[in-house]
Design a protein around this ligand. Sequence first.
Ligand SMILES: [Fe+2]
Length: 297
Amino acid sequence: MAKIVRDPLVADYIVEHDVKTEADCSEVRRLYEEGCLVLLRDVRFDLDYPFLNSLNFDVEGPADIMQRVKKYGGHKILALTPKNTGPLDQFVFQNVFGSDAGKLSYFQEQVRSGNAQSDALYARLFPNYVSTRAMYTWRFTETMYEDLHWDVFGIEEHFHQVRIFSNLAASPRLWRVSHRSDEFAERVYRDAELRRFAGSNGDDLLRAMNKSALYSKTPCLDRQPKHHIAFAQGDVWVCETRIVAHQIYHGERAFAAMYFSEATTMDRPELAFEARIKRVHDRLASGETSAPLEPAI
Ligand SMILES: [Fe+2]
């Protein structure tokens, strides 16, 4: 189970919860909509962890190919066959799977199983949500020292994001998480001139905050207080990454599924990301003084 070190200067929005009963699911959903990072205490995807840990995607190769291996997501893995002739596919088949068709096929079985188990969990936790599409990421290259950020997807459509994560690596996946975007936006609204984004997509505001308020010239020197979380192998957690500022400090193998969900089907649509950002603009664009940052829960 994850080890969590909380910083009192950041709202305590990390919650551990069971998913045994309907009431548990309903509470997890309530917490998720509130903007909490919820660690699902009794959930573990049934996968072949020793096999998954035996795969090595961090192989030597030309820089342009290695850059694309990093993004070799779930759909590409599932479409890979020994007969694929593209240079990237050939590279992955030869260097990651050792040209072993059986090994590739077993990995694809694991990917299909993980995707299906995640779909079932999503349906259980959010039975009334209508999802328009899902994306699956099997990130098996090492990630280290990301800058603190809120995710910016560059997608015009408004949607409620449900993101389910799992650490598949034997080593802990280290996250640091900081302020939630709407709370932080209130604090820096005037200095970061966020009023210019009133009426535009919430992504634009996040991009500006990432750039002007969090990034420094030296990586990781954002100067924000953070909670520290070390997710153990098999841990499963849910987190809206446009709301929770996060940085992966270190991680080796992870699976994440992203469900684009209709905000109108939430229990409380007013808590959707776009609605939160709109509320900040409504409150502050008129020139009202920025509110102090208070722990929310
Ligand atoms: Fe991110």
